[in-house]
Design a protein. Structure first.
Lengths: 482, 448, 126
């Protein structure tokens, strides 16, 4: 198989006249001093067709949601509806420069405003910003607002609490805001240990960052108690919306006591993952943080939409311009299709599908917390490890069956963890196939351990040497001899 | 019910398998007081046809840049993107794939990102690049944080002529930390005041962030800035328009330590300012302090070339609160778009786009130079945009708009001492006729 | 060669007069797996006992390194830049990480000897 880089291709093709006359209106070399002009530009020149061949072939080497079942925990790899793509590609959207006058942008601003309103209704929050470009970016936005809120109150708040099952972005975000992180252990039931939480919370607690359901897929049943404990100490509750697919239409973060929320539009709201982005991390706040949002806010006066820079306590700006607008169009289109009924069906089917997988596989793969789960469930492959195959081996075997592996080795509190989130858009047939394959792989551990350890074998490469990659990083092409 | 494949029969069977009677039973362990009684207060879901109608009507309410003869730049640029680019990145194996955590089934994505990283290094003259950041402004902020981690100092010097949004985002990014930001003023010529600059540095300065071409379009004396910074043991972080690197000397050649910027000009659409992407590149010895994902090349068990995510110990999922950044998802598809754009355009095509952007803007400059009522305060050492001033600039811009021309970006929005200044930009898409129309219309407006 | 003394965080110190060499134990390198990078302090840095002096990374984890005895860094093992695997292959000898000038050699009393450390590791597993 040809794995040549684009830089290693031999063809040298002249430019294809993409935009107009070959001759420039002025000789730039005569106008700009030679000292600023570059002498060498070592880019390939393969020509359009070979470039199309090259990237089409690369595309063929990868799995995708459109082709493969992708039960990655907390990623919500649901179907990406194609009407969203058509709408995002409309010239009336993609042809807008962010600095055009507001009069030119009314339709786009109406879309953003409407999306903000929809998200308020879905979460019970009072106001939303669509500026952040991802969940982590949303976390940073939310926690900066928390920090400013406390700074203005004059109270000394230095600590942020996260459960030990938290996603790594939570403590990383808190650190970027200058906070010290306090980790609260989970109890034997997989939920936040309320007694340990009580001990950890004090007058310097700025906030607790929680996802609910948590990364074990379990609903924090004592959430209202948690909220009371933190609020009583003058702290705020931050909702990491990565797992919101479980609760859409069922409950809201506001009802659970959260003060600030981020939603991952590329998870719950079906915008495509694009190999790891772009996403969007919409952030919602209650009344207390109403005017702390980043500017400009998208506001409405009468029938006119405008960019409002007058938020009294704004934290400033998280990025240039207004947000990942192309992603927002997709989310808005999706919500228009879903409506009230559709939202509830998302949660119901997501939760049903995950519980179904748990029930069908729990006799084969240990379920550390065997109670009703929400949209995802976590298995532990410790029994398999004792027989000679770890979670990674099982993951690699799934690839040979055309299934993208679930998340492995997270959350950190479960040994040999395998976190499975099917989402609501999968059919029972797909789930049954996954269940059957997982059972087959388990048997294979005893009947053909070599196949398990050598998997995958049907892919363009076998397991790569990640140690070599980290010890001797080769992260860009270099011309040979350089 | 759109997008749900479970039939009533399926639901019944699965409920039985999990031991629940109804779907409501799945939530019986949630506190009753938090459950919504009537679901979310949304209207009924629309059919696909009605959704199309609704969203399309919102698109139709806008006026796009293409409906004007536009000279608007200021950080986002209207370049020509060949059809092949959108075709390729719309492939569902790029669009609907996830982060390539499992390398064996993501080789196409990983190789595309490796090519992107390589392109950024080639353009910027740096040794290493990551797999993208959110946008130019946040990449500049992360470049500064990276420099401070390396230098272990706490003062940041920022050039006054940097994009105003970059400056605001940087201020927000450091607002929770005990770093200080100090401005290096622009001189009367619109560039960093090189005489004043050393005076702004002190023993606690860890980084000097500047932009070239700067927000006024001007090409700074990058070599001199780097020499001054280096003499004071200060790292340099430079924001740059990547399209300009088809024409101008690379920051690497000029001595810059860290390079960042907005990647939208490389095959991206305007899209109301997002999604684009930020790029971040640096010298080899900064590699382990670089935030974001990085793709590396290695071998598989059978000796084949293989790509995988690497150096993950810098990142949040391993390092948690000690990570180089909290960034997880980035702007992967937009970064791959840049690689595809550069590959389709090829060396000559890309050079021509850069050259013609500059040449067209120099032509506009030349014509405005002859115009009574227009002043050009900064000279023509620019890439694709420059500042011109005229009395009642806002009024002039409005009158140009009435004639179907967007004259440029009004600098009075951000600079109190630039109330009559406009920043105008040409890309390779501009024709001589369009530029002449702009100039002639302006002459009519100014002189009657 | 002088005897190795171990800390509860799995580092060892080998005292030689007024100086000490520091590294991580065999148990620690096994737990980490293939080591890909060792981040070491700069010469001249002063670190207190139990203070952080660096990081050791594998592909899947990163661990802080804590100094068993207070001191000033006088040299670091330059081989580890090219060959971090020395820590896996020879954690107690070739994989040494830093050499410090001791501030207070009395602190060594609080460290464990070889037998004591092995017992500590055994009971830590439970």
């Amino acid at each position: 198989m040809d794995r040549k880089l684009i830089f290693e291709k031999q063809s040298l093709c002249k430019a294809s006249n993409y935009f107009g006359p070959d001759a420039a209106l002025q000789d730039v070399a005569a106008v700009l001093p030679a000292a600023v002009l570059r002498e060498e530009l070592n880019l390939p020149s393969v020509g359009e067709f070979d470039a199309v061949r090259h990237y089409s072939n690369l595309a063929n080497l990868s799995f995708s949601v459109d082709k493969n079942f992708y039960p990655l925990g907390s990623c919500t790899m649901k179907y990406n509806p194609k009407i969203n793509e058509d709408m995002a590609a409309l010239e009336g959207f993609i042809g807008l420069h962010p600095y055009q006058n507001e009069a030119d942008l009314q339709g786009a601003m109406e879309l953003m405003f409407n999306l903000q309103e929809l998200l308020c209704k879905i979460t019970g929050m009072s106001r939303f910003t669509l500026q952040p470009a991802s969940g982590a970016h949303g976390e940073f936005t939310g926690m900066l607002m928390v920090k400013k809120y406390h700074d203005l109150s004059g109270k000394k708040k230095t600590k942020v609490i996260v459960p030990d099952s938290a996603h790594g972005t939570n403590p990383a975000t808190a650190a970027m805001c200058g906070y010290r992180i306090v980790v609260v252990p989970s109890g034997a039931d997989g939920l936040v240990d309320i007694d340990k939480l009580r001990q950890a919370v004090d007058s310097e607690t700025a906030a607790i960052m929680l996802t609910n359901p948590n990364t074990l897929g379990l609903f924090e049943e004592r959430i209202l108690e948690i909220a009371n404990i933190v609020h009583a100490a003058g702290g705020l509750l931050y909702y990491d919306g990565a797992n919101f697919n479980a609760l859409l239409g069922v409950t809201t973060p506001a009802a659970m006591g959260f003060d600030v929320v981020h939603l991952n539009l590329h998870k719950t709201f079906a915008t495509p993952h694009g190999c790891g982005g772009p996403g969007a991390g919409a952030v919602g706040v209650g009344k207390a943080l109403y005017d702390f949002l980043p500017v400009p806010a998208v506001n409405k006066a009468g029938s006119r939409y405008y960019f409002d820079n007058n938020l009294n306590n704004t934290i400033g700006k998280m990025r240039a311009f207004y947000g990942n607008f192309g992603v927002l169009v997709r989310a808005y289109t999706y919500l228009s299709r879903l409506g009230r009924e559709g939202c509830l069906r998302v949660s119901q089917n997501a939760v049903l599908n995950a519980n179904y997988i748990k029930e069908k596989l729990k006799s084969v793969y240990e379920v550390p917390f065997d109670k009703i789960c929400m949209h995802e469930t976590v298995f532990s492959c410790v029994k398999q490890k004792e027989r000679g195959a770890c979670a990674m081996d099982i993951a690699k075997c799934l690839i040979d069956h055309g299934i993208h592996p679930p998340t492995v080795y997270f959350p950190l509190i479960v040994k040999e963890a395998m976190m499975v989130e099917p989402t609501e858009t999968e059919s029972k047939e797909t789930l049954d196939n996954f269940i059957a394959v997982m059972q087959t792989i388990d048997k294979l551990i005893d009947t053909d351990p070599e196949e398990v350890h050598n998997a995958p074998r049907t892919t363009p490469i076998s397991r790569p040497d990640e140690v070599l990659a980290a010890r001797s990083p080769d992260i860009r092409w270099k011309k040979s001899g350089v | 019910m759109p997008y749900i494949l479970n039939t009533d029969k399926d639901v019944k069977e699965m409920l039985k398998a999990v031991g629940a009677r109804t779907l409501d039973d799945l939530y019986s362990h949630l506190p009753a007081e938090i459950k919504l009684r009537d679901g979310v207060d949304l209207a009924k879901g629309l059919s696909e046809l009605d959704t199309r109608r609704r969203v399309s009507s919102l698109a139709a309410k806008n006026k796009t840049l293409g409906q004007y003869n536009s000279f608007l730049g200021a950080g986002y640029y209207d370049h020509y993107v060949p059809s092949a680019v959108n075709f390729l990145i719309s492939h569902s194996n790029f669009l609907t794939a996830y982060t390539p955590y499992q390398p064996e089934c993501s080789q196409g994505i990983l190789q595309a990102i490796y090519e992107y990283q390589s392109y950024i290094c080639l353009l910027t003259g740096m040794d290493v690049s990551n797999a993208s950041m959110f946008d130019g402004a946040s990449s500049a902020a992360e470049a500064v944080l990276m420099a401070l981690r390396i230098s272990r100092k706490s003062k940041i010097v920022v050039a006054g002529a940097i994009h105003p949004e970059y400056r605001r985002v940087l201020a927000t990014y450091v607002s929770g930390l005990s770093f200080r930001v100090v401005e290096a003023p622009a001189a009367a010529n619109g560039m960093i005041d090189l005489k004043e600059l050393p005076g702004v540095f002190d023993g606690d300065t860890g980084v000097c962030l500047f932009q070239s071409p700067n927000f006024f379009g001007l090409i700074e004396d990058v070599e001199k800035i780097c020499a001054l910074a280096k003499a004071n043991n200060i790292l340099t972080a430079m924001a740059v328009n990547p399209m300009s690197l088809g024409l101008l000397k690379s920051p690497g050649e000029l001595g810059v330590d860290i390079v960042c910027g907005e990647g939208q000009p490389l095959g991206g659409t305007l899209n109301l300012g997002g999604p684009g992407f930020g790029f971040l590149a640096a010298k080899n010895d900064c590699l382990r302090q670089m935030p974001g994902r990085i793709v590396g090349k290695t071998k598989d068990r059978d000796g084949r070339i293989a790509y995988c995510l690497t150096l993950a110990a810098r990142e949040q999922h391993i390092r948690r609160e000690k990570a180089t950044s909290n960034i997880c998802s980035n702007q992967s598809l937009n970064a791959i778009t840049a690689a595809v754009y550069l590959s389709v355009m090829g060396k000559e095509g890309f050079k021509a786009a850069a050259m013609n952007s500059c040449a067209n803007t120099q032509y506009l400059y030349k014509r405005l130079k002859e115009m009574r009522g227009v002043a050009l305060p900064y000279g023509n050492l620019f890439f694709n945009e420059f500042v011109w001033t005229t009395e009642n600039a806002v009024n002039i811009l409005n009158r140009l708009k009435e004639k179907g021309i967007i004259g440029g970006y009004y600098l009075g929005n951000d600079f109190t001492n630039q109330k009559n200044a406009i920043l105008s930009c040409c890309t390779e898409k501009k024709s001589k006729e369009e530029i002449d129309t702009f100039v002639n219309t302006l002459a009519l407006i100014l002189h009657g | 060669m002088a005897e190795l003394k171990f800390s509860k965080t799995h580092e060892w110190a080998r005292i030689e007069g007024a100086f000490a060499f520091v590294g991580i134990s065999d148990h620690a390198q096994k737990e980490l797996g293939d080591i890909v990078f060792v981040e070491l302090p700069r010469v001249g840095e002063k670190v207190k006992k139990d203070g952080r002096f660096g990081t050791v990374e594998s592909t899947k984890a990163a661990s802080e390194l804590y100094l068993p005895l207070s001191g000033e860094v006088v040299s670091t093992n330059s081989e580890l830049g090219k060959a971090p695997q020395l820590v896996n292959e020879s954690p107690l000898e070739k994989g040494w990480m830093i050499k410090i000038k001791l501030e207070n050699s009395a602190e060594a009393k609080e460290l464990m000897d070889d037998a004591g450390y092995n017992a500590f590791v055994a009971q830590e597993k439970h």
